[in-house]
Design a protein around this ligand. Structure first.
Ligand code: ATP
Length: 148
């Protein structure tokens, strides 16, 4: 079966560089499902989960928005921030969610409300990615490849 090269990068680090069978990314207009040989496309990404299927295993990543470049043989995700499921600090995400909920309840100005809303969204997706990881039988990732 054909595969497609996938790189997930931020300004600070290379999070993943591996071959994938199928990739789902959180486009701002909805999820993008990408198989090898996809038509070229450049799109903006939302805060969300990137799901990577390789050899019938699905690996999950958190990204806080960014851009995706799709070419027939290569996908590049340039994310604002990106974390592998196993690198997400659950207590930090829980604290961020609680802080955001308190700020939203305080009904401050529109800017702080919308910042708190964005922060809540990041925390909620991080927690979802962690919880899915816990529920799955998948092993941990090593280095920047999916199966170590
Ligand atoms: P917090 O309020 O906890 O700082 P945040 O959503 O504001 O969260 P970001 O701006 O998205 O944080 O990220 C800042 C840096 O911290 C990035 O390098 C990101 O990967 C990392 N980071 C943030 N939250 C977590 C987390 N829960 N687990 C692991 N890394 C995290």
């Amino acid at each position: 079966m054909a595969t497609i090269k996938l790189d997930i990068v931020t300004a600070e680090k290379l999070v993943l560089s591996d071959e994938a069978d199928f990739v789902v990314a959180p486009g701002i207009m909805g999820e993008l499902g990408i198989f090898p040989k996809h038509a070229p496309l450049l799109a903006t990404l939302d805060v969300g989960e990137v799901r990577v299927t390789k050899a019938e295993e699905v690996y999950s990543f958190f990204i806080s928005g960014g851009f995706i470049e799709i070419l027939p043989e290569q996908i590049t995700i340039l994310a604002n921030t990106a974390e592998r499921a196993e690198d997400i600090d659950e207590s930090r995400a829980n604290e961020a969610r609680d802080r955001a909920e308190i700020l939203m309840a305080q009904q401050g100005d529109n800017i702080s409300f919308s910042q708190a809303e964005d922060s809540l969204k990041r925390a909620a997706v991080r927690l979802k990615v962690v919880q899915k990881k816990r529920a799955s039988r998948g092993g941990g990732l090593a280095g920047t490849s999916l199966d170590g």
